[in-house]
Design a protein around this ligand. Structure first.
Ligand code: ATP
Ligand code: MG
Length: 567
């Protein structure tokens, strides 16, 4: 391809809203352009990369025995009513009506569609197991679309759904996908960790997330180097810290004027935050119930764990308003469990505390020497976030925390959708039984961003060979110089028609300008034809290492060809 024909759209500066490297570089390298918030056009170079990522995913999915299909982004409300998600999904679901007032949504995921398909296509046990997948565009009206392709409102996902005879079959299908995902992310060159993930209402250890390690990740991975326990923060558990044993003291009320936060109260009373209880009020909106959640003062509430304990969904769960807090007899800023007739959940560590400090449910007052059992009772759950330094639940060693980007998730759905949507088959005994399902997602466009997060420097992107938009670019320092342009064209014609995807920079521009473009775009090899073109000598630059060597043009051609053959 000749650079003059490529509509190269590199930018000196990225718009201010781009904050993280991948977002900045995707825009600056002319890979994508924003249409509206969270929605992007993929330009020629960006699309080439995207297609290569998709093909690696496709090859590995095909190799696993999964079958590719393509379904529509448009999904009818009826199927979402069958699964019960039309009301549960909340405002992220993009809904619309047709001219006949029939309701639809743009699919954020496709469980309903695939379950309905399997219900129609599979009749007997003989056709199971089956795993169907697609690479397709999803829509989610994210509250905060940001970071470019990381969190879009429109994005591309590889989603697949397995249908099995029974639990044992699901285990096998799940294992196959687990291994397939490892192969995919290995081939994509991603540095990742596999972690246990939250499974919400379904429960069990039925989900894993694939996390690309990165500072800009939105997930915290809690892990143990010693025994390899690793879990998403939403799910991670840790050994509860046992509070010091001490004699129970008499309950008393103390004045704490204007002291509301844990920091204010602990420094006012000159005690450790570990002696204070953090009380947070939530509202569960299906039962219209206000719930008090207690964690130790230095801890954070893990809302996902609370949601699971209440057996509800995120869409039906929020912070309680001041009015709702007052309604159950509490005072915002001075909330406490003593004397309150409401649902109270306390973290395991609170259950172990002695002589704690809580809000007194009276303005400017706290209670000291509060004790569980004597002064209040509550349901004990694990509802705190695990943090670095906490003890591993498997081996007891200190755990670490690292940030990660969720690039994929696999999930044992069991019969959640098949039971709700009557997706059954006739088994060997002639009985109608629900298929046992798994679902498996990869954020394809998010993966593209994640690769850039792991492969870039101050000059631009450093694409690994197997996903680079082109493998090599030939850059004559001065295209108007006869010798240089002759050698450049000679190399170009030697590489055209081979497996090497090559660019000839035939633009009439300053060399520095051209070099900057290719470094920004991240082409793995640059073959520079300069002063020694007459002798057939070129400079070969490797973008991954930024090393430059002078070699004969034949040698440069050989190196590039070999690198492509080794993909
Ligand atoms: P998140 O927690 O980041 O919102 P999710 O768990 O809701 O993601 P899944 O339903 O598991 O997402 O979707 C499968 C994959 O699709 C995710 O692992 C992620 O890589 C990708 N993905 C999800 N939401 C987005 C988005 N808004 N933009 C880009 N990719 C996304
Ligand atoms: Mg997920």
């Amino acid at each position: 391809m000749k650079a003059s024909r490529m509509l190269i759209s590199t930018l000196k500066e990225a718009p201010n809203e781009a904050q993280i490297p991948s977002h900045i570089l995707l825009l600056r390298a002319g890979m994508i352009r924003k249409l509206v918030a969270g929605v992007y056009n993929y330009l020629p170079l960006g699309l080439k990369v995207l297609n290569k990522i998709e093909n690696i995913i496709r090859e590995e999915m095909d190799r696993s025995g999964a079958l590719e299909i393509l379904s529509s982004a448009v999904q009818p409300k009826e199927l979402w009513e069958e699964s019960g998600r039309w009301y549960k999904y909340g405002p992220e679901l993009m809904r619309f009506k047709d001219r006949h007032d029939r309701e639809f949504c743009l699919g954020p995921t496709h469980e309903e569609i695939f379950t309905d398909l399997a219900k129609n296509l599979v009749k007997s046990y003989k056709t199971l197991p089956v795993n169907l997948y697609q690479i397709q565009t999803k829509y989610r009206d994210e509250l905060r679309p940001r970071f470019g392709l990381m969190r879009g409102r429109e994005f591309i996902m590889k989603d697949s759904y397995s249908f099995d005879l029974d639990e044992a079959g699901l285990e096998e299908s799940y294992k196959i996908m687990y291994d397939t995902y490892k192969r995919i992310f290995d081939r994509l060159g991603i540095n990742y960790k596999i972690v246990l993930a939250d499974t919400g209402a379904i429960g069990g250890n039925g989900s894993h997330q694939f996390m690309a390690l990165s500072e800009v990740g939105e997930s915290n991975i809690v892990y143990c180097d010693d025994c390899h326990y690793a879990a998403d923060e939403e799910k991670a558990i840790a050994v509860a810290e046992i509070a010091e044993d001490e004699a129970l003291l008499e309950l008393a009320s103390v004045d704490t004027p204007k002291q509301k936060t844990i920091e204010e109260v602990s420094s006012f009373l000159n005690i450790s935050p570990k002696k204070v209880v953090k009380a947070v009020c939530y509202r569960e909106t299906t039962n219209n119930e206000t719930v008090i959640v207690l964690v130790r003062g230095d801890r954070e509430v893990n809302e996902i764990k609370v949601i699971n304990a209440l057996n509800t969904a995120e869409a039906f769960f929020r912070m309680a308003t001041d009015e709702e807090i007052i309604e159950i007899g509490c005072i915002p800023g001075f909330i406490g469990p003593v004397g309150i007739n409401a649902k109270i959940l306390m973290d395991q560590e609170v259950a172990l505390m002695k002589n704690m400090v809580t809000g007194a449910n009276a303005k400017d007052k706290h209670l000291v020497n509060v004790n569980v059992g004597r002064d209040f009772n509550a349901t004990v759950i694990d509802c705190r976030n695990a943090v670095a330094g906490d003890r591993c639940p498997v081996c007891g060693k200190e755990m670490k925390v690292e940030r990660g980007i969720e690039v994929g998730q696999i999930f044992k759905l069991q019969t959640k959708y098949s039971s709700a949507m009557d997706c059954t088959y006739i088994n060997q005994d002639g009985k109608n039984v629900p298929m046992v399902m798994g679902c498996y997602g990869i954020g394809v466009t998010r993966t593209m961003s994640s690769i850039i997060e792991q492969y870039h420097d101050e000059f631009g992107i450093k694409w690994p060979m197997n996903i680079a938009p082109y493998h090599a670019v030939i850059v004559p320092i001065n295209y108007n110089d006869v010798e240089q342009s002759k050698l450049a064209n000679n190399i170009y014609s030697q590489l055209l028609g081979t497996k090497v995807e090559v660019i000839l920079d035939d633009r009439d521009a300053k060399p520095g300008f051209k070099f900057k473009d290719w470094e920004l775009i991240g082409i793995p090899y640059m073959i520079i034809c300069g002063r020694r073109s007459v002798e057939g000598i070129v400079e070969l630059k490797n973008r991954m290492t930024n090393e430059k060597v002078e070699v004969t043009f034949e040698e440069a051609v050989k190196v590039v060809k070999e690198a492509v053959n080794n993909i």
